[in-house]
Every structure is written in C-alpha cells, then in structure tokens.
Write a protein that binds this ligand. Structure first.
Ligand SMILES: O=C(O)C(=O)C[C@]1(C(=O)O)C=C[C@@H](O)C=C1
Length: 363
C-alpha cells in the first residue's frame, strides 16, 4: 500500500546541521551532575548536534531502573542553556509527551515498543497535534514496515512534518551477535516506500555492546542513512542502564574519526559514466535471468501436467533435497553466498510446486 507523507527535510528544523545528524547522550539521565558533565564533553565535539537523555525508561522487566522521571526534563533544559545543544528524550504516553513539550524539548522520540502499539502512537499524536514538534519514530520491535509507516502516518495526519525514522534493530531469537538484529532490508523497504523520510541509525541498541558500534555505524552510512544516535556516558562502567553499549565522549570521538560518510551520488562524471555502463550490463543480465526463469517455470508446468495424468504428487522431496544440495555446491564454486542460493531456490521451488498443484486442481 503506497502512502505519501508531507515531510520536511532535517535542515528546516535544524539549520546548523551539517550532515549527518549525530545525536548523543546517556541512555538514562542519572543525576544533574552526570547529565551536565556528559553534555559539556559532547558539546565540545562539534559533530554532535542534539543531546539525548532517557528520562522515562521502558524496561523489559520490573525492578530495573526506570529513569529519574520528570526532574530529568529540568536537567535537559539546563543542558540546552549551558551548551546551546538542542535536547531530546523518549516519550511513551500522552503525559510524557505533554510534559516534554511544556519543558520546551526540541526532539521527542517514540520507542520501539510504543511504535508497535497504534493506540499509544495515536495518544501521542493527539497531544502533539498542531505543534511543530520534531518527532522521531523508532522501528517497531518486529520487522513490520507497515507498522512503522503507520506510526509515521498517524503523526503526519496530526500535522507533524518534522519526522525522522530511527532504525534500532529488531528482537533477535537465538544466536545473534547483536542485541537487536539489524535486518537492513526493513530499512531498505522503508526508504523505497518513503524516499523523502530522513532515517537515522541507533547502533547502540542494534549492537548492545560498544565493540560493535563502529561496524554498525559504518554499515548505516554505507546504506545512506542520514545520521546516528549513539549513547554516551561519562563513565559507562557505572551506568544505571545499558552499561555495555555506552561509550565515553572521548571514545565516541574515536569512532566518529574512523567513520566514512558516503553520499547518495557523485559529481565525478567519469564515475557516473562507468556506473551507467555497468548498470546497462546488469539490465541485460537481469533480462536473461528472467527469460531463463520463465523457461524453467514452463518446464515445471509441463511436469505438473504430466504428474496430473499419472496421479503423482507435486512435491518430490528426494529430488528437491538433491537439487538443493547440488545448487549450493555449484553456488559455492561460482562464489555465490550460500544463504542467498538457498533462499533463491526455495522461492523457485515454492512457486514451481504452487503452479503444479494449481494445474492438478484445475477441472
Ligand atoms: O522434479 C520434479 O518432480 C519437479 O516437478 C520439479 C521441481 C522443481 O521445480 O525443481 C518441483 C517440484 C518437486 O518437489 C521437485 C522439483
């Protein structure tokens, strides 16, 4: 389902922005002193454009530190006064939103668990209606691009044009080196559906550990994301939440020094010409690929008709297993990724079986 949102570019509400947008600050605000000290250090690095600090912390289980609450808004106001940095926090219900707006916060964001709940998003949208608030929407915990877009749409319908998506990864099951699996394809799909929506990455929540922050941040820039939100604490070892994934402002600067920021296009004519030549070759190969697929499917249909006449099942598990093993081995010789080959042939086989059963069930 296609939707068009009326979205303003980030520079309209943050004129000092010199791409990309970097938001940083502690996971949770813990004391006025910790807040101001971290903010002062971050403000010295001119690459940080917005200071963040969690005030109300949605925790998975009760009993964990749930944030300092409303008093933290005063500390954020103080940060703004002392450093000149715009400030932001996460809101999870109407009351948080009202308080944050009244405190003059510059940026509010909706967390992954809240984005997954349309009632919560609507409640927040009703409060911000008619204001020129800047609202960032994290992806929902599950990789459902429609749910993510739905949240953005609700806010846009409430007149909010200063919208940004935040990619923070998705709940992982089983073994994963990430705290939240990045599933980059969900971002790619969101960008395809809403090309004018700025989207930043939250490497802290994807990585879950500071050692992976650089790798995830670089990947975000390789894909053309518009910024990063990275948690920073003056002393992560004694942070009251997410200690493993926070970095000191000094370590943040080291990560930023190493990152390569890529542009969507290049002004180099030679590059553009060469790219066009290579893209033409891809177009030709894709046409051949489709023609080969079409011939393959035609044979599968023929087999289907034949099986129908002879009362034989569409699914032939031993042939399918043998075929898959063979294609993976061939793929390896041809330098094709194993998972890619597996998924590709699963899709082809699935459609082949679908067509054959349709033929069999025709009158
Ligand atoms: O070999 C067959 O029996 C086929 O119908 C072809 C095919 C395939 O598309 O490769 C389709 C269904 C079977 O489960 C196995 C293989």
């Amino acid at each position: 389902m296609g939707i068009e949102l009326d979205i303003r570019p980030m520079k309209d509400w943050l004129p000092q922005l010199d791409n990309p947008l970097l938001i940083s600050g502690p996971c949770s605000l813990e004391s006025e002193e910790q807040t101001l000290d971290t903010a002062q250090q971050l403000a010295k690095d001119k690459r940080v454009f917005v200071f963040r600090g969690g005030v109300w912390k949605p925790r998975t289980r009760p009993g964990s530190f749930e944030g300092v609450g409303s008093v933290g808004l005063k500390w954020l106001q103080q940060v703004k006064k002392e450093t000149g940095l715009p400030v932001g926090t996460e809101v999870a219900n109407a009351q948080h939103t009202e308080e944050a707006l009244n405190a003059g916060l510059d940026v509010l964001w909706i967390g992954a668990r809240s984005t997954a709940s349309p009632f919560v998003v609507q409640e927040i949208a009703d409060v911000v209606k008619g204001t020129d608030a800047v609202i960032m929407v994290k992806n929902p915990v599950n990789p459902d691009v429609q749910l993510w877009m739905g949240a953005l749409e609700r806010l846009n319908q409430a007149g909010i044009k200063n919208l940004v998506g935040i990619h923070r990864g998705f709940t992982s099951f089983g073994d994963s080196k990430y705290r939240n699996y990045p599933n980059w394809k969900t971002f790619i799909e969101l960008r395809r559906l809403l090309p004018n929506l700025p989207v930043i990455c939250d490497p802290s929540h994807i990585a879950g550990k500071r050692e992976l922050l650089f790798e995830v941040s670089q990947k975000a820039f390789d894909l053309g994301m518009d910024g990063l939100m990275i948690e920073s604490h003056r002393d992560p070892s004694c942070a009251m939440s997410d200690a493993e994934q926070q970095v000191t402002p000094a370590d943040l600067a080291k990560i930023l020094d190493k990152l390569i920021i890529r542009q969507a296009t290049s002004t180099n004519k030679q590059f553009e010409n060469q790219l066009e030549l290579l893209r033409n070759r891809i177009d030709t190969l894709d046409t051949e690929l489709m023609e080969v697929l079409s011939s393959r499917m035609e044979i599968a249909r023929e087999i289907g008709r034949y099986k129908k006449e002879n009362n034989v099942t569409a699914l032939q598990i031993s042939r399918w297993t043998e075929l898959m093993n063979n294609r993976i081995a061939t793929g390896e010789k041809l330098n094709l990724n194993r998972t890619f080959v597996q998924i590709l042939f699963q899709l082809i086989h699935e459609d082949s079986v679908r067509m054959q059963t349709e033929i069999m069930d025709e009158d």
